[in-house]
Design a protein around this ligand. Structure first.
Ligand code: PNS
Length: 162
């Protein structure tokens, strides 16, 4: 039986921390779906289709191998997507106790809704302080985000700034 996992998130934009979780997940599972999901509680910077493209470029650029599908989901529950593609596991990166507190209720609800388990993965501590919201803020104020994001994202944000 092939083991399929979904790595969901806003990825607005994808960071080096996300990429680390994607790489590790691709090593563990037979197939992973990196799923860009709109989070209504966050103000978006990038359109969803752009986030998908940047993840794809970043995976290629980093030479990450494995059966990796990058797509988006905007209708219904995350677990509906997981069930549709035969995935029984979600993978979430955990940087701190704050992430544990944020992710735990969602993990329990997702298990109750559809029996989909959530695995919490510890990214490289080098990325523990990196978040998309921090990147959005630094970028919007004209700072250098290159240490926190894949090259494709840094280039995109640089060009978008004009
Ligand atoms: O990167 P984020 O913003 O922390 O990702 C959160 C996300 C998008 C994965 C979460 O908001 C989510 O799962 N949304 C899908 C809607 C859903 O299924 N909600 C009910 C169970 S939590």
């Amino acid at each position: 039986m092939s083991r399929i996992a979904v790595v969901p998130g806003s990825f607005d934009p994808v960071t080096l921390g996300h990429l680390d979780v994607i790489e590790r997940s691709a090593r563990i599972f037979d197939q992973i779906h990196v799923l860009v999901v709109h989070n209504p509680s966050k103000t978006a910077l990038l359109p969803i289709s752009q986030r998908v493209s940047l993840i794809q470029e970043s995976i290629e650029e980093a030479g990450i191998r494995g059966d990796i599908l990058v797509t988006s989901w905007s209708v219904g529950l995350l677990v509906d997507y997981a069930t549709d593609v035969g995935a029984s596991v979600l993978v979430k990166g955990i940087r701190s106790q704050v992430d544990v507190a944020y992710e735990t209720p969602m993990a329990i609800v997702n298990r109750n809704l559809a029996g989909v388990e959530t695995i919490f993965m510890l990214p490289d501590p080098a990325h523990a302080h990196v978040s998309s919201s921090l990147v959005r803020q630094v970028a919007s104020l004209g700072g250098d985000v290159a240490p926190y994001v894949p090259k494709a994202v840094a280039n995109y944000l640089e060009k978008a700034r004009g």
